[in-house]
Design a protein around this ligand. Structure first.
Ligand SMILES: NC(=O)c1ccc[n+]([C@@H]2O[C@H](COP(=O)([O-])OP(=O)(O)OC[C@H]3O[C@@H](n4cnc5c(N)ncnc54)[C@H](OP(=O)(O)O)[C@@H]3O)[C@@H](O)[C@H]2O)c1
Length: 398
């Protein structure tokens, strides 16, 4: 990537937001990492200079680096002012976009980045936005040779989540019909189903392996994984994997609580006034999972995440048409608090992969899922080194 000509290798847009402040801290940490051999000029961007300065001062205090605010650029730009977005994008090699909900604010940033030759990474969990951006901008991004990576992380779970994510969910569910329409209009050739069709567990199932009830995970994961599988199948001739995502919820009491919350939620998102109430009182309507204050440092320190994957497949040479799957594998990804510790780590490492491992990225630019963009890079190694651990728990022949 053409980083040398740009004043800033990384620009954190929306640094004053709840998530943006932690992404800012993470870039500051990375800047002085002992493994770093080259300098990392970077900037924060947003619409209010004072807020950005305060974020840098807080990061300086937390990291014990009083000179930090003077080492970091500040760019003032507002989503409603396209010229200011162009100015930001012109100065950046990679923009880390933390301004959401992305359905409202994301597209102008993608457009400015493509037109001005910057790559862009977001942490979006909204499938409609991610799929729309692919359809509208993949060709343009490829022409310009920039990488637009949507949903660089999808590990949002925790004891308490900031209401920025709640808003994205409220408006995302309210507009679900648009996602259906978008998919119908795309007329995509289906990706082949290899082996027996994966059965959906709906609405509640018991997961024996994890000793817990589980419900389908309604975030962007399935959409993102399906797009990755399509890319791997169509571009790298890999056999596509069928995928479903669930979240464990504990015992029967949690199921009942969640069912009530879910029914309330699905009823309220249908009406304008309902959406206003949901956005105004996140704590009340989510039974305390989402709040305007977000988690405290103590809550984040006490929290962690585990993703467990159960897979089945075929050993080399065995035909999926004639036999049953004969291999089982269980893998895990574990790490610190998901939304505001692991997410910034993953976002920043993804950005550094774009900067440093260019030869392992897809040849031309474009709009990619993380799996498609980074499948041949050392991103997993980078994450392992920073406390997000990928491991194989067991692998056996059936
Ligand atoms: N995938 C994951 O695991 C994950 C984790 C965390 C967050 N997220 C996503 O990240 C997004 C942000 O969440 P959050 O909780 O950090 O939200 P937030 O605290 O509300 O932050 C929003 C940011 O957007 C900025 N902004 C709003 N309008 C703007 C405009 N017109 N021009 C420029 N900047 C503007 C705000 O700036 P001001 O400070 O000036 O208002 C603020 O910096 C959400 O979409 C959320 O779902 C995803």
């Amino acid at each position: 990537m053409a980083t040398q000509q740009r004043p800033f290798h990384l620009v954190v847009f929306g640094a004053s937001g709840f998530t943006g402040q932690f992404v800012t801290e993470e870039v500051a940490r990375e800047q002085v990492s002992p493994e770093r051999r080259t300098s990392l000029p970077w900037a924060v961007a947003g619409r209010c200079r004072e807020k950005l300065q305060r974020v840098l001062e807080r990061a300086a205090m937390k990291l014990g680096r009083p000179t930090l605010p003077s080492e970091v650029g500040i760019i003032i730009c507002d989503i409603t002012n396209p010229a200011s977005l162009d100015e930001m994008a012109k100065q950046a090699a990679v923009v880390l976009n933390c301004v959401g909900p992305y359905r409202f604010y994301g597209e102008p940033v993608v457009r400015a980045c493509i037109e001005n030759g910057a790559s862009c990474i977001d942490i979006c969990g909204e499938p409609q936005f991610l799929e729309l951006i692919y359809w509208k901008y993949h060709e343009k991004a490829a022409e310009k040779g920039v990488y637009i990576i949507g949903s660089s992380v999808s590990i949002h779970a925790g004891l308490c989540i900031h209401d920025g994510t709640w808003k994205s969910a409220v408006y995302g569910f309210a507009d679900k019909s648009q996602l259906k329409k978008l998919r119908n209009e795309s007329h995509l050739k289906p990706v082949p189903v290899v082996g027996p069709k994966l059965k959906r567990r709906w609405p509640v199932s018991y997961c024996r392996e994890l000793n817990s009830y589980s419900i389908p995970f309604l975030g962007a994961d399935v959409s993102v994984v399906k797009r990755t599988q399509r890319y791997l199948h169509e571009n790298l001739e890999q056999s596509p994997v069928q995928y479903a995502a669930y979240v464990t919820v504990g015992g029967i009491t949690s199921i009942i609580k969640l069912m009530f919350a879910g029914l309330f939620f699905l009823f309220f998102v249908r009406f304008g006034i309902g959406r206003q109430l949901l956005v105004k009182f996140p704590w009340l309507f989510s039974f305390g999972y989402f709040s305007k204050q977000g988690p405290t440092q103590k809550q984040m320190d006490a929290s962690s995440f585990t993703l467990t994957f159960f897979g089945q497949g075929y050993s080399q040479g065995l035909s999926p048409d004639k036999s049953k799957p004969n291999i089982r594998i269980c893998t895990q990804v574990k790490g610190p608090e998901a939304g505001y510790v692991a997410t910034p780590i993953a976002m920043v490492q993804a950005a550094l992969t774009l900067l440093n491992d260019a030869s392992d990225l897809p040849k031309a630019g474009g709009v990619f899922t993380p799996g498609a963009a980074f499948c041949r890079t050392k991103l997993i190694e980078r994450l392992n080194q920073r406390g997000i651990e990928f491991s194989v728990i067991s692998s056996s022949e059936v």
